[in-house]
Design a protein around this ligand. Sequence first.
Ligand code: C2E
Ligand code: CA
Ligand code: CA
Ligand code: CA
Length: 279
Amino acid sequence: AKKLGRNNFQFYTPAMNEEALERVRIESALRNALERDEFVLHYQPQVELASGQIVGMEALIRWQHPELGMVPPVRFIGVAEDTGLIVPIGAWVLRTACAQNKAWLDAGLGRLRVAVNLSARQFAAPNLIAQIEAVLADTGLPPACLDIELTESLFMDDITVAVELLHSMKALGVSMSIDDFGTGYSSLSYLSRFPIDVLKIDRSFVSAINRDANDAALVSSIIALAHNLKLSVIAEGVETAEQLAYLRGHGCDEMQGYFFSKPVPAAEFEQMLRQRRRL
Ligand code: C2E
Ligand code: CA
Ligand code: CA
Ligand code: CA
């Protein structure tokens, strides 16, 4: 039992022990994962609704550990954040995604936009802008072919610093998306103040389109709001034809989700590009 204060004891249950143990196990394994080359990126297509064509992809990290097996990001991103390991891991993701996109560009497979998730730790790192600039220079990827995905929580600490950082990022020529839009607590006012390009509507709203009329109304309102602010909209987690029809009917720009494809390894993504797979 851990003493919390006078006469206040919190007892660990076996389940909590298990969780703590798992964290420790993951943390120590995570320390060697980069040098042992255990990470791989999967890519999930982003499809333009007007043309039905793949116009971009989100890079999503996968960790293949020899004993733990395939560890999903939900089980290690939090640990990586807490330990700061997300900074070198995130740098690897950025470089790998940009190099891959440049290879596809050079192979004549299209001028695609690759989206990379940015963590809070990376956002707070003093060399972020220089790092992105160096990766673009080293890989030769046109800046417009890189999209940085940010969550609303990144802006909570210091809004002035965030605005400045986003403007510096914008000056590099990359595009910027707000990820998981609608799940954060921040006010809508930042939408007009920040130089962002894309809103990604969170899967929780999209999945409720056919279940809940209020959620459906929220989705169409977000699309209208975004368009009024000259932002484009990507719907995340699209799984059914009904969801797609609704999004199309309300002028959503792009979709991403299992209905078209789950995230796949680079070789498989390349096949989709070569076959010119369409919605
Ligand atoms: P996210 O950025 O919101 O990514 C979307 C997640 O939804 C992905 O889960 C994706 O596989 C899943 N998804 C996509 N379409 C569908 C669908 O139609 N239905 C359902 N049920 N799920 C769908 P994943 O790959 O497990 O990643 C989970 C989270 O881990 C991501 O959420 C992101 O926050 C984080 N993450 C993944 N890769 C990275 C990374 O390289 N860096 C950082 N900082 N975070 C990452
Ligand atoms: Ca994302
Ligand atoms: Ca998301
Ligand atoms: Ca999410």
